[in-house]
Design a protein around this ligand. Structure first.
Ligand code: CP
Length: 311
């Protein structure tokens, strides 16, 4: 693998999931692969799981890790040909090349603005690093995608499924703040590449990009969508059509134990208790959110392993 900015960078998804599960059983098997190699992680936004699990993954492979909260560095300019006489101090052209002097792999977290759809969809931060850095780039959640989370989700479903083709439901949930579509986008894309029966349920008007949903069934009746589900993935996203707006906070869309039936409950975390999902679900036996978070390490580790193998 030369980079991991999108799910399509994985050449053999089934094999990669199997290898990640093997790594989980023996996490230090390749502890010398990353010796004298450095992962630089750049955070434009907050993180708990991604930051710790990716660092752990790199260290399991013997890598050194350096972390920069980008807001503590110089303000970056991403436009070409700008007269930089205002707030930006350093151009991405220099910054990406300079960071590449210290890094063998660069991992980046950069959320969307949720105000400028076109700019967000251009993935200008991630793509600028791909363009100007001279080392491989890993996406730790960008404007439109969270492929490391989606890989951890796929590993989790693989581990817990008892069926050849489980029914998986992505169910929108209310939230007081405007959240990106990235997790939902990548989860849908990942499930479309696995042998699962995927349904999306959300209030009318909360459609994700058609470029993402393609032919996946969408049902605006949550109860009907959840019938006989094996896995229910709950996630809020802000409105895509009326971009970045919170138009619906209907608490009837919160996940409850009664609605969940016999399904496993999934969420990428962090999660707002009793807004997105009731306590009884998170504290119950059907929740696999902690196992999902644990699998973030092995998703990152298999990606870094495949990248290190190509250096
Ligand atoms: N799920 C996830 O990406 O968590 P963090 O935002 O804490 O990294």
């Amino acid at each position: 693998m030369k980079k991991y900015t999108k799910i399509k960078d994985i050449s053999n998804l089934q094999e990669t999931i199997k290898e990640a599960i093997l790594l989980k059983m023996n996490p230090f098997e390749f502890e010398d692969l990353g010796k004298h190699k450095t992962l630089v992680m750049l955070f434009f936004n907050a993180s708990l799981r991604t930051r710790l699990s990716t660092e752990k993954a790199a260290k399991n492979l013997g890598m050194e890790v350096m972390i920069l909260n980008v807001n503590d560095a110089w303000n970056l300019e991403f436009e070409d040909g700008t007269v930089m006489n205002a707030n930006t101090s350093e151009h991405i052209k220099e910054a990406a090349q300079v960071i590449s002097q210290y890094a063998d792999v660069i991992a980046i977290r950069a959320f969307p603005s949720l105000t400028d759809k076109q700019k967000d969809e251009s993935e200008f931060v991630m793509n600028s690093f791909v363009k100007y850095a001279t080392v491989p780039i890993v996406n730790m959640e960008s404007a439109t995608a969270h492929p490391l989370q989606a890989l951890a989700d796929a590993i989790t479903i693989s581990e817990f499924t008892k069926k050849e083709k489980p029914k998986v439901v992505l169910s929108w949930a209310p939230h007081p703040k405007a959240l990106p579509q990235a997790v939902a986008n990548s989860f849908v894309e990942m499930m479309q590449n696995l042998d699962v029966d995927l349904t999306i349920t959300h209030p009318e008007g909360y459609e994700l990009s058609e470029a993402i949903t393609k032919n996946t069934p969408i049902n605006h009746n949550q109860e009907a969508a959840l019938k006989d589900a094996d896995f229910v993935y709950v996630k809020n996203w802000s409105n895509y059509k009326d971009y970045g707006k919170v138009l619906n906070q209907d608490e009837n869309w919160m996940m409850t134990k009664a609605k969940l039936g016999n399904a496993k409950f999934m969420h990428c975390l962090p999660v707002r208790r009793n807004v997105v999902v009731e306590d009884a679900v998170l504290d119950g036996q059907q929740s696999v959110v902690i196992q999902q978070a644990n699998n973030r390490t092995f998703a990152a580790q298999i990606v870094l392993k495949q990248i290190l193998g190509k250096l």
